[in-house]
Design a protein. Structure first.
Length: 159
């Protein structure tokens, strides 16, 4: 079995559900399933009435093997994770995980830094702390490749 990126809540292996569904039942449970690499023994029933969909709900959730678009490592988009996304968080039914947990976490952190940076850079008057926070946000964004030019960071001064 492949070496999957760990998910702190669901682990790094398919979660066997004990439910038995035929390949036909699984492939019919969502229009996308037939084209995915999934683990048949992991399927769990879905509460369709809790999902946000237009035409095709997901009748079942199933552990799906994916490859992260950022780090290219294999990861599992878990049935239980889908249940949480679609029934609790009310994500649109066709949403799909394209990044592993670690890269999603990284992206969220970068988004936060970008928000903090954007809010501080437009301020007319910054306190010393705000300037330091701005500098450190800019430094981290530079290290993650979001900010390309070092002079943008060096130009940050207390105002
Ligand atoms: Zn990744």
């Amino acid at each position: 079995m492949a070496n999957y990126v760990n998910h702190p809540r669901y682990g790094c292996e398919p979660i066997i559900s004990g439910n038995r569904y035929t390949k036909q039942e699984i492939d019919n449970a969502h229009w996308r399933y037939a084209s995915l690499r999934y683990f048949p023994e992991t399927a769990i029933p879905a509460a369709i009435e809790k999902q946000s969909y237009c035409v095709y709900p997901r009748q079942l959730y199933i552990d799906i093997e994916e490859q992260c678009v950022d780090c290219h490592r294999a990861f599992i988009f878990f049935a239980k994770e889908q249940q949480y996304w679609f029934e609790e968080l009310k994500f649109w039914i066709d949403a799909h995980a394209i990044k592993c947990f670690e890269c999603r976490k990284k992206s969220r952190a970068i988004n936060q830094l970008q928000i903090s940076y954007a809010n501080l850079i437009i301020k007319e008057h910054r306190t010393l702390e705000e300037t330091q926070l701005l500098k450190s946000s800019a430094q981290q964004l530079f290290e993650s490749g979001v900010i390309k030019k070092i002079n943008k960071i060096n130009a940050i001064r207390k105002m």
